[in-house]
Design a protein around this ligand. Structure first.
Ligand code: 4AD
Length: 449
């Protein structure tokens, strides 16, 4: 390369500012260099001959401070507007922000009328208020923190499974089975006149999946550790703070498993490893939740095995009386978690009739129980449901015809579980309503955006 070309290349590189995300700029990358940052205005404050602008692009909770000469002011530079700034990144004299950007150019890319914008500068809006604006709530501190945590927790869960030899399976969204047998299915048929003559598009009734378990069980006949992590749908007509019509479920299936302890170990390890990852990688975002959004009940990932009789011996008066064979209500779950010291708690070996057809019969128990386990956590109640699967053909035969073929060819003891991802986020962040931990909540009578 000739000297002339080298010279012009250097000149070109010097002139072209390096594009940085706010988090990269704050980390001190490119200190003293010419950089370009793009984002949304969080605040604008004129002071003497200067203009102080806080800008954020969603990559961190903290905004980047821009210092611009007042000649760069623009009436369109308002809270919420999208801007592009170039200048030199400098060390800041202030302790709170490590760096600041001395701007030589500020360009308003998209204006934002502050009168119409539903969020006001420096105001703390409640989660219920911001929920009314599904297209804009990602611009608030609380919800952008939540989305960063959600993304990091997703990565952490996939990493846990990868590091522990699980294979990811893409289980189908459209299915012809009702895995849980609870009849909470959304039926799928094409819309429009072209299909009116067909009885069913798939020749059989088809539904949005309520669980990928049966497909995972198929795979667990060839791969000893499998998991799936995807959207799940339940037509629950419930307005509760812990139910959605569309939620994400993490499901795992482990072959050659003969005891519930093998399963609870996977559940506990996954919970622990994902939570430790989130606390290490999103400390600032997690703190925001525990400081401002709710009174906060930070969860320490410890497992504990209570005895079912705790409820019967309790002096507390429950609205739903407890007796052997009753289903656990939220008040009972809360009591058990509190009784065990407000930590995650495993409840095992439920009365047989309370659990779905696939749960394994504990034939050696004096009471008729199923080898099923739920993980209950503070603030939320049930977070995971799992069981050993009934692998004995004769015991199953009365129960479900299609399930039988899985037991005819190399049947083996296995078990699995499902964890509600939104409930997991509710639990670690202390968020009261499940609608505040999913980008676009779907529940009965509501499908906004
Ligand atoms: O207990 P569930 O119904 O278990 C199953 O679906 C099993 N087939 C899973 C398996 O063994 N592979 O659901 C598992 C978890 C619950 O513990 C709860 O956390 C969450 O999924 N969940 C919901 N989360 C939000 N909204 C709903 N409507 C939910 N229903 C269940």
């Amino acid at each position: 390369v000739s000297r002339a070309i080298l010279f012009s290349l250097r000149h070109y590189c010097k002139k072209t500012p390096t594009k940085l995300r706010v988090s990269e700029a704050l980390s001190g990358a490119e200190l003293g260099e010419n950089v370009k940052v793009q984002g949304w205005v969080r605040s604008v404050r004129p002071q003497k001959a200067n203009l102080f602008i806080h800008v954020n692009d969603g990559s961190s909770l903290q905004p980047l401070q821009i210092i611009a000469g007042s000649e760069l002011n623009d009436p369109l530079l308002t809270f919420g507007s999208a801007i592009e700034v170039t200048g030199i990144l400098k060390k800041s004299p202030h302790q709170k922000q490590p760096v600041e950007l001395e701007a030589d150019r500020v360009r308003v890319v998209g204006k934002c009328n502050p009168v119409d914008f539903p969020f006001k500068i420096k105001e703390r809006h409640g989660l219920e208020y911001i929920r009314q604006f599904p297209h804009l709530r990602c611009r608030t501190n609380a919800f952008s923190s939540l989305l960063r945590i959600r993304s990091e927790a997703t990565t952490a869960i996939h990493s846990y499974f990868k590091d522990n030899g699980f294979m990811q399976i893409h289980t189908p969204i459209i299915t012809s089975n009702d895995c849980e047998g609870a009849g909470e299915l959304f039926q799928v048929e094409p819309s429009g006149p072209a299909h009116e003559e067909d009885e069913h598009f798939f020749s059989v009734p088809a539904f949005l999946t309520v669980s990928g378990q049966l497909h995972l069980e198929v795979m667990s006949g060839a791969f000893s550790r499998v998991y799936t992590f995807g959207p799940t749908f339940r037509a629950e007509n419930s307005q509760s703070r812990r139910h959605l019509a569309e939620f994400y479920m993490v499901e795992a299936e482990v072959s050659f498993t003969e005891s519930l302890e093998d399963l609870t170990k996977v559940m506990e390890d996954m919970f622990r490893s994902a939570t430790e990852h989130v606390l290490a990688h999103c400390a600032e975002d997690v703190d925001l939740f525990h400081k401002h959004v709710t009174p906060g009940h930070r969860v320490s990932p410890e497992g504990h095995l209570p005895n079912f009789n705790i409820l019967n011996r309790s002096s507390q008066k429950f609205a739903f009386p407890t007796y052997w064979g009753c289903d656990l209500q939220t008040e009972h779950e809360k009591y058990l978690v509190k009784h065990c010291g407000n930590i995650p708690v495993f409840v095992t070996d439920y009365p047989y009739d309370l659990k779905p057809f696939y749960a394994r019969d504990n034939q050696d128990h004096p009471e008729h129980t199923a080898a099923a386990v739920d993980l209950l956590v503070p603030g939320v109640g049930e977070l995971c449901g799992g069981s050993l699967r009934e692998e004995r053909l004769d015991l199953l035969s009365a129960r479900l015809q299609e399930y039988l073929d899985l037991r005819r060819f190399g049947s083996l003891p296995h078990g699995g579980f499902g964890l509600g991802f939104e409930r997991y986020l509710q639990c670690i962040l202390g968020v009261d309503n499940i609608k505040d931990v999913i980008p676009f909540p779907r529940f009965s009578h509501s499908c906004l955006l």
